[in-house]
Design a binder for this molecule. Structure first.
Ligand SMILES: Nc1ncnc2c1ncn2[C@@H]1O[C@H](COP(=O)(O)OP(=O)(O)OP(=O)(O)O)[C@@H](O)[C@H]1O
Ligand SMILES: [Mg+2]
Length: 372
């Protein structure tokens, strides 16, 4: 157990913002806090890094009370991404990311290496180091905010509605790269959101708050299948079984059949033979690093003659996309088999419509049995 909140209460004057909160947070997990405005999410987050002191109760990190730690030191060891991105506008991207390492008196060489490493991690080009926040899109600024919070390699990351100000399409992209980054860094993340879909997509566990109290705190799957009361049911909405489907990631459904792999300069004739032999409709073209460059499709013309067509911009599914996202890409593109790629464009295999349907049917059956 990395973080433990014990009977935490916070009162502002007469108002109780957080009431007798108890929870344990595991190392390396993502915990999502969700609940109506004013229910105490930000207050809870700020008590963990002691920007706010609890009125009563205790917070332990690694079994040690945070009250016994020096507040400034504690805060430097916890990454914090705030509600509005909060980059310093007159600092370059480099200087923004370097803030905490500088406070910690790192050598400039070490800082530079760290900035390069973090820009790579959040998939921003190294040339971004010299740009200023206003020259970046909202999503790019958010990536810099994340890089800044990770600069001194903190064990814990607190994120307060980090993607709140970003439009839904870019938010989806950020989610995928966020999960990709977490796979690499495995931090203990506490993440506040207003968006139930975001909570379901990103969270290992969800903590639902209302009026300063914890209503339900469980694994995401458990919350979806066994909401504790009406408040949680309403929060989840009516399309729970579809939401349950969104718990399944594409990467769990990747298969390696029904297609062939080819290089950019491979011989057409033998490729055609290979596709016929394996009954494959598509061949994916990969570069020497395994990145997807495009695909070739074998189409049968009206005359019965087969022809190979090249498509250099195929629709792809990110391996961290959930099944609802993968399904909607299939419906939009009219394809029943799509290539799956990693965040850095590496080809992982394919996902098939029939496999998604099998999963939908299973989920429906599960809910029907429950409802009966
Ligand atoms: N410094 C403060 N002084 C007095 N009251 C405060 C202070 N900070 C927060 N509160 C009150 O405590 C309650 C919880 O606030 P908090 O910021 O934790 O809510 P929240 O769940 O983060 O809301 P939102 O979703 O709008 O960000 C609110 O009623 C708020 O008005
Ligand atoms: Mg808040």
């Amino acid at each position: 157990m990395l973080i433990e909140l014990k009977n935490i209460t916070k009162k502002f004057d007469k108002q109780t913002a957080v009431k007798d909160l108890n929870m344990k947070i595991e190392k390396g997990s993502i915990t999502m806090f969700i609940g109506p405005s004013g229910c105490g999410k930000t207050t809870t987050l700020k008590m963990i890094n002691r920007l706010i002191e609890p009125t009563s109760g205790d917070i332990l990190i690694h079994g040690k009370s945070v009250v016994d730690m020096e507040a400034v030191k504690l805060r430097r060891s916890i990454g914090y991404v705030i509600q509005e991105i909060g980059l310093f506008p007159h600092f370059s991207v480099y200087e923004n990311i370097a803030v905490v390492p500088r406070l910690l008196n790192w050598e400039e060489k070490r800082i530079k290496e760290r900035v390069d490493e973090l820009l790579h991690l959040v998939t921003l080009d190294p040339s971004y180091a010299q740009k200023y926040p206003m020259q970046l899109s909202g999503g790019e600024q958010q990536r810099v905010g994340l890089a800044r919070a990770l600069a001194a390699d903190p064990e814990i990351l607190l994120m307060d509605e980090p993607f709140g100000a970003i439009d839904p399409i870019n938010r989806l992209k950020l989610h995928d790269s966020f999960l990709e980054i977490q796979e690499e860094i495995k931090k203990t993340i506490i993440f506040v959101t207003h968006d139930i879909n975001e909570a379901i997509k990103l969270g290992d566990k969800i903590a639902i708050m209302n009026k300063g109290t914890l209503v339900q705190y469980d694994e995401t799957d458990e919350i979806l299948h066994n909401p504790k009361n009406e408040f949680v049911e309403n929060l989840l909405g009516r399309d729970r079984s579809l939401k349950a489907l969104s718990l399944e990631k594409t990467k769990g459904f990747v298969t390696h059949e029904g297609y062939v792999i080819t290089g950019p300069n491979d011989d057409q004739g033998s490729l055609r033979e290979k596709m016929k032999k394996t009954r494959s409709e598509q061949a994916f073209i990969l570069d020497e690093n395994g990145r997807l460059l495009g695909r070739k499709i074998l189409v049968t013309k009206k005359t019965g003659k087969q022809e190979m067509i090249q498509d250099s911009n195929p629709v792809v599914v990110d391996r961290n996309n959930n099944l609802v996202e993968a399904l909607s890409k299939m419906l939009e593109s009219g394809e029943h088999q799509l290539p799956v790629v990693s965040g850095r464009g590496k080809f992982m295999g394919v996902i098939n419509l029939s496999h998604i349907f099998a999963e939908v049917t299973a989920a429906e059956a599960k809910n029907t049995i429950k409802g009966a």
